[in-house]
Design a protein around this ligand. Structure first.
Ligand code: CA
Length: 368
């Protein structure tokens, strides 16, 4: 009892002495009340996105991230989400966050290809890594540091913040039986995959999601890809085209990103910085799970209620497209020193991972 009293008294004395010393020296950071003061500090960030507000999967993914940060910080860091064009147009998100107009953005790295061609490795690579492989590369294989290096000149910090998983190959008005059917095909397909289509003799088009249905129905395009059953059903694309092809060779996943203004990030206390990073990691997994769960439901609706014809691309067509994809990616890898380093890291990791996945995930999927 005596010993306990003594310890208690000593602890009390020490705390009082510390507080007194702090006040005497007027060093706020050492004051006992500092932690409470920090907890009262409210920071508000604006999040600009490349998606319509609350668009299924993508917009809801951005909203989930914002909500997680607000809740995990108990309201110390609140995030107000703006849909595309509410504060800035979709394709100005990168510049807006870089300039500090908004502190955080949600989009996809391949949208910035005109400004940062190297960013395309972090969005979607035709015949490249799927969501699990991408996450392994980004978090554990050196991918994220390379992504940070790529965005550093723009004062931006990237974080993976969502995965769609393997997409569908798209909606076609005619059957694809051989490469002859690809020649002359006018298809809405963006980014690197558009370059692949072009080398195969097709004509890639870039259209925002909202214009796809009309373009396909009026015959302005012969085919379009969008995401997968969950999003494609919402757009009613089954009413405009007969054939729904798989797999989405062009987007084995779309890795979505949160981009953060580096100055705004550096100004956060350490615990809020960690909350932003951990919330992004949660959003990354949350979206991937959401896509799998909702795609299987929507696929059933498309097949049972709308009698959609779901077809695999012929093996020969996939093999030819893969060759074109390799040449497109090799050219990108040669486009700058940084692109070369990312290319080397990406494919080295992909190749080694495939050897492991062949005797684990793939062997299991084939066996069950
Ligand atoms: Ca897509």
């Amino acid at each position: 009892m005596e010993r306990r009293k003594l310890l208690k008294a000593a602890a009390l004395t020490s705390a009082v002495t510390g507080l007194a010393a702090c006040k005497k020296q007027n060093k706020q950071s050492q004051c006992a009340g500092d932690y409470q003061d920090k907890k009262k500090t409210k920071i508000e960030w604006k999040m600009v996105t490349t998606w319509p507000k609350n668009f299924p999967g993508l917009g809801t993914g951005a909203a989930f991230l914002a909500d997680q940060i607000t809740r995990m910080s108990d309201g110390r860091l609140t995030i107000k989400v703006y849909g595309a064009s509410e504060l800035v147009p979709a394709f100005e998100v990168f510049d807006a966050v870089s300039a500090g107009t908004a502190q955080i953005g949600h989009g996809a790295a391949y949208y910035w290809k005109g400004k940062v061609p190297e960013a395309q490795y972090f969005g979607a690579v035709p015949f490249g890594m799927n969501a699990s492989e991408m996450n392994a590369w980004l978090y554990h294989g050196g991918g994220l540091p390379l992504w940070e290096e790529t965005y550093q000149p723009f004062g931006l910090k990237p974080l993976p913040a969502g995965q769609t998983g393997v997409q569908m190959g798209g909606w076609f008005n005619k059957e694809i039986k051989s490469m002859d059917d690809i020649k002359g095909l006018v298809m809405r397909i963006p980014g690197l995959a558009g370059d692949v289509l072009s080398r195969a003799g097709g004509t890639p088009q870039i259209l925002p999601g909202a214009e796809l249905f009309t373009a396909l129905q009026t015959g302005a395009i012969d085919a379009t890809e969008w995401v997968g059953p969950y999003n494609d059903l919402a757009f009613g694309l089954y009413q405009a085209a007969q054939f729904y092809y798989y797999p989405g060779w062009h987007e084995p996943t779309a890795c979505l990103e949160a981009i953060i203004n580096q100055t705004a990030y550096d100004a956060l206390p350490t615990d809020l910085q960690q909350i932003v990073e951990t919330a992004a990691m949660a959003a990354n997994q949350h979206m991937f799970s959401e896509y799998i769960a909702n795609n299987q439901k929507a696929l059933e609706t498309l097949q049972k209620d709308h009698q959609v014809k779901i077809k695999p691309f012929p093996k020969e067509v996939l093999a030819q497209l893969k060759l074109h994809a390799q040449s497109v990616m090799n050219d990108l890898g040669k486009s700058s020193h940084l692109a070369g380093r990312i290319h080397q890291s990406y494919y080295h990791f992909a190749e080694k991972t495939q050897r492991w996945l062949a005797i684990s995930e793939m062997a299991y999927l084939q066996a069950r």
